[in-house]
Ligand binder design. Structure first.
Ligand SMILES: C[S@@+](CC[C@H](N)C(=O)[O-])C[C@H]1O[C@@H](n2cnc3c(N)ncnc32)[C@H](O)[C@@H]1O
Length: 246
């Protein structure tokens, strides 16, 4: 075959270099799209792609800490889509979103037959229609992939997705102490235990926090179950319009 007709194999971008470039430029989420696009459909070039639903999510769905009200679910930072497809397989009515268009297109291709509603959405700029709209909110390893400057805002936004009575299932790397998290080099960033209070600021109550012992680096993958009390409205959600008499 003539040389010019041979396809040059794409070179997957170095994640470390991408992260450094975008963080330095003040774009904490800017590195995800070039990483997915540069992976050129090779999941091995996406460091977190397991191509299977997270076992914490599967276990939770088999034996939920609390039953979510209704079947509307949202998956935040859905990546290649495995958790979203698993929820849809279990008859949830699923919206799954990611800030990276290439991830969303890839997930859609992988789960062509799944009824998931795939969307390109930035968690940090939530459209009003998603606020308070879900009985179950699933966040797996997205918050931990964001630097400290935006993590509180990200957790707050995750909380805003939950309807009154809605349940949030979050899976995140958490340090064994605030001290350990202070010197942590990410991504992923091991969250400080004190940071998790940001979910409370979004009006959520903690129902369970489950994890194994910390690893040799002093961090552990945590499964958090939170709930918005019934009757509580998410911050920034539109209030019901009550007609004024006369
Ligand atoms: C570490 S990956 C985890 C992906 C997937 N949840 C998983 O467990 O395989 C983090 C994901 O969050 C997405 N993400 C990061 N910031 C986001 C934001 N502000 N809004 C929506 N998605 C975001 C990234 O594009 C990426 O797909």
């Amino acid at each position: 075959m003539p040389r010019f007709l041979r396809r040059t194999p794409p070179v997957a971008p170095d994640p470390g270099a991408l992260v450094a470039e975008h963080l330095e430029a003040g774009r904490p989420t800017g590195w995800f799209e070039p990483l997915y696009a540069g992976a050129d459909r090779d999941p091995d070039a996406v460091p977190w792609a397991q191509q299977t639903p997270h076992p914490y999510v599967v276990d939770w769905l088999d034996d939920p800490v609390v039953t979510p009200p209704g079947r509307r679910a949202v998956v935040v930072g859905c990546g290649l889509g495995d958790d979203a497809a698993e929820l849809a397989r279990r008859d949830f009515d699923v919206v799954a979103f990611d800030v990276a268009p290439s991830a969303v297109a890839w997930a859609q291709r992988r789960f062509r037959r799944s009824p998931v509603d795939w969307r390109v959405v930035d968690l940090l700029e939530l459209p009003d229609e998603l606020v308070g709209a879900f009985g179950l909110v699933v966040e797996v390893r997205t918050v931990q992939s964001l630097p400290g400057v935006v993590r509180d805002a990200a957790m707050h936004a995750v909380g805003r997705l939950a309807a009154p009575g809605g349940v949030v299932l979050a899976v995140s790397l958490v340090a064994s102490s605030n001290e350990v998290s202070r010197t942590w080099q990410g991504p992923p960033w091991a969250q400080a235990p004190s940071e998790l209070a940001a979910y409370r600021a979004a009006g959520l109550e903690r129902l369970a926090l489950e994890h194994p012992d910390p690893d040799e680096h002093g961090a552990m993958e945590v499964r958090l179950t939170l709930q918005r009390p019934a009757g509580s409205v998410p911050p920034g959600a539109g209030l019901p319009i009550v007609p004024t008499p006369g």
